[in-house]
Write a protein that binds this ligand. Structure first.
Ligand SMILES: Cc1cc2nc3c(=O)[nH]c(=O)nc-3n(C[C@H](O)[C@H](O)[C@H](O)COP(=O)(O)OP(=O)(O)OC[C@H]3O[C@@H](n4cnc5c(N)ncnc54)[C@H](O)[C@@H]3O)c2cc1C
Length: 416
């Protein structure tokens, strides 16, 4: 039996490794266990945006109507696999009830504060760990093909600028100046000059190495199988690599959290939302700035040697199969403005499961039911962006310090 005074972090994605890093940096004995390889979940092939500009939660007015329209289109960026699953139904009801302006007004400052604090930590990590993961802060360009989408995008930008986010509204001529010979049919765009991007796989590996350098033990191929409890304490964690008796536990297993927590009778309303990415060898006319193509929601990320396209949100449970028409839709959206992409070498088609909460906010905090269990999950489309601040908050909670940001809106028990 190992680890009586350790903090055990479960999950080797961006949230788990950032938690282990800040715990180790604070001098705690910490062990991270991962059932596969480090960064084999959603944190691997995503778009790598570090984007405080994304402070509008996923549930928002108009989203439901748009989602219903998209449901019947096999190439749309959104899909729900029809099934009689009570956890999905209850998640959808909660999601629907969060699609109000009041909920958005409550969630936006929370996401904005998390995003800004995380961006600062990303900068420090990039400086401190050596720039091995290509962190760059050269903005994020939202492009819109239709006037009404541009209008809504500009409205969001105005709201964000009232909150202190720098924004630039761009007309077609400005876009032409910025994008040069890229074929761009956009009627307008918004640039968020302070946003950044990075290679998410390289980032997670670098943070995991840095956690080890600070004394953390990082163990792959170690899967949690079950728990033992006594009163309000989790006393033992059973894994494929033996049993652990940690002092505290951080559950950071992404979309797998609900099934692990359920065994402890804790209900975490997290749905897996599958997304895809396609990586190409970096083409000659590769854009320099990351972009999000407004209506199709396709993300375009230039990385060191590759160009990555990402998108689609499918609520299909834990199913990791590849839905080819949706991958093709991502490619079509990108080809329409990146001439010659079809001649570029395709390196990887990837899919990952985003852990999504129905109110669009992550879950970070101690569980009421078990005083030594901290949950850090539910980051949806923002896990890379919010990884460092999540890790920092987890370390402060574990150490009994007052967190630097108010974590009350992120409590695991807010749904009960
Ligand atoms: C197409 C796409 C594009 C995206 N783009 C962006 C973006 O641009 N910016 C951004 O911020 N976010 C983006 N995201 C979201 C981001 O990828 C996720 O929010 C983030 O990766 C979640 O991290 P995580 O550590 O919680 O989960 P994961 O990375 O999934 O890690 C969880 C880990 O837990 C492990 N695990 C599960 N069960 C067990 C067990 N029983 N025992 C031990 N280990 C276990 C898993 O193997 C996994 O490695 C995107 C996602 C997708 C799919």
């Amino acid at each position: 039996m190992a680890g009586d005074d350790e903090i055990l972090v479960i999950g080797g994605g961006v949230i788990g490794v950032c938690s282990a890093y800040y715990l180790a940096e604070a001098g705690c004995p910490v062990r991270l266990i991962e059932k596969g390889e480090i960064c084999s979940g959603a944190s691997w092939g995503n778009a790598g945006f570090v984007c405080p500009s994304h402070s509008v939660p996923m549930p928002a007015p108009g989203v439901l109507l748009q989602a219903i329209k998209w449901m019947s289109d096999p190439k749309s960026p959104f899909y729900i696999k029809p099934r009689l699953d009570p956890t999905l139904l209850s998640w959808l009801l909660r999601f629907a009830s969060a699609c109000t302006q009041t909920c958005v007004d409550r969630a936006m400052p929370v996401l904005h504060d998390l995003g800004r604090a995380s961006l600062e930590l990303h900068e420090r990590l990039a400086e401190g760990l050596g720039a091995t993961f290509g962190f760059r802060r050269n903005g994020l360009l939202m492009l819109y093909g239709q006037a009404d989408a541009f209008h809504s995008g500009a409205q969001v930008a105005r709201r964000l600028s009232e909150m202190g986010v720098r924004t630039e509204i761009l007309r077609p001529r400005d876009l032409h100046d910025r994008l040069g010979d890229l074929r761009c049919a956009a009627v307008g765009g918004v640039n968020y000059p302070d946003d950044g991007h990075l290679d998410p796989g390289e980032f997670v590996q670098a943070v995991a190495r840095a956690a080890c350098d600070r004394g953390a033990v990082v163990q792959s191929s170690a899967e949690v199988l079950g728990w033992e409890t006594s009163g309000r304490t989790v006393t033992k964690v059973r894994t494929t690599r033996g049993d652990f008796q940690p002092r505290q536990i951080v559950l950071a297993a992404g979309a797998w959290c609900p099934s692990l927590a359920q065994v402890l009778d804790i209900k975490l309303p997290i749905q897996a939302a599958k997304g895809y990415s396609v990586s190409f060898r970096r083409p000659r006319n590769c854009p320099d700035v990351p972009m999000l193509l407004g209506e199709t929601r396709v993300a375009v990320t230039p990385l060191a040697d590759t160009l990555r396209l990402g998108g689609t949100l499918e609520l299909a449970g834990m199913d990791l199969s590849v839905n080819r028409p949706r991958v093709d839709a991502i490619l079509e959206a990108a080809k329409s403005f990146l001439p010659g992409l079809e001649e570029t070498e395709l390196l990887e088609v990837w899919r990952g499961l985003r852990p999504c909460t129905p109110d669009g906010l992550p879950i970070i905090g101690r569980c009421e039911a078990f005083e030594n269990l901290i949950v850090a999950s539910g980051h949806g489309t923002l896990g890379v962006s919010l990884g460092p601040i999540t890790g920092k908050l987890v370390s402060q909670i574990a150490l009994g310090q007052t967190p630097t940001l108010d974590t009350a809106p992120l409590r695991p028990d807010r749904f009960s």
